[in-house]
Design a protein around this ligand. Sequence first.
Ligand SMILES: CSC[C@H]1O[C@H](OP(=O)(O)O)[C@H](O)[C@@H]1O
Ligand SMILES: Nc1ncnc2[nH]cnc12
Length: 290
Amino acid sequence: MTQTKIAIIGGSGIYDIDGLENAEWVTVETPWGAPSDQILTGSLNGVGMAFLPRHGRGHVHSPTEVPYRANIDALKRLGVTDVISVSACGSFREHMAPGDFVIVDQFIDRTFAREKSFFGTGCVAHVSVAHPTCPRLSDACETAGKAAGITIHRGGTYLAMEGPQFSSLAESKMYREHWGCDVIGMTNMPEAKLAREAELCYASIAMVTDYDSWHPDHGEVDVSAIIATLTGNAEKGRALVKGLPDLLGAERAPCPHGCDRALEYAILTAPEKRDPALLAKLDAVAGRIL
Ligand SMILES: CSC[C@H]1O[C@H](OP(=O)(O)O)[C@H](O)[C@@H]1O
Ligand SMILES: Nc1ncnc2[nH]cnc12
């Protein structure tokens, strides 16, 4: 049995979490550079926890510049088994209103200026992201959220845009009316893809902060309104996180959906053709099978 270790990646407006026992900010070095910030480690009800502010304390990294590979590698290196992203998002659906939480289960990746894989020349791998989030971890988030009195929508398609500017009205309408997207944000990709490559279970909680720019009765999105909604949600988010350790348990069996075995048949490069330098960088991410 593996010990459960739950990581929370906190998005915009979430730079710390309270209530961890033996809390300590630790520096983690990775072959992919420095993570967004130090990582807060500790435990909650006997379960190991880690918290990483995605944009760094003080919000220093733009969505494009977040060191996604270093973040996921650092969490893996710390022994994390389950990653929960908590993000701000715009909503394309009237009934997904500001203040509601959406447990995202699909993504459309429109980002184009980010490193999206740990693999490449010298070690080529193709993992499946047909189902990019873990249903078991998403179940726990839904249950904990409902117990905390949060309005939760289970399932939704998240459009990941490059940013940093928000969408034009034409883009917003296209994503909503033609592409079937439910919410929009700038950070869950490539994060979810990298978590899958690192064989980590990943769930995404998108906190609705605005109606982007499509809604005729709401002004277009601006950052001050987003932060006001997030601040109003902080207590709900904290309550959700506190419910997770008991739901996930201190020990975990293999993921029933195979997230923790995603690399099993993914690597194509012949053993004799693999690049030792890249293999060395993959020690944490793919050490289980390399
Ligand atoms: C603060 S407005 C836009 C910014 O907020 C979201 O960040 P995160 O996903 O880390 O909560 C969004 O994706 C943008 O990066
Ligand atoms: N409307 C929006 N578009 C992109 N990212 C967001 N984060 C919060 N609201 C957003």
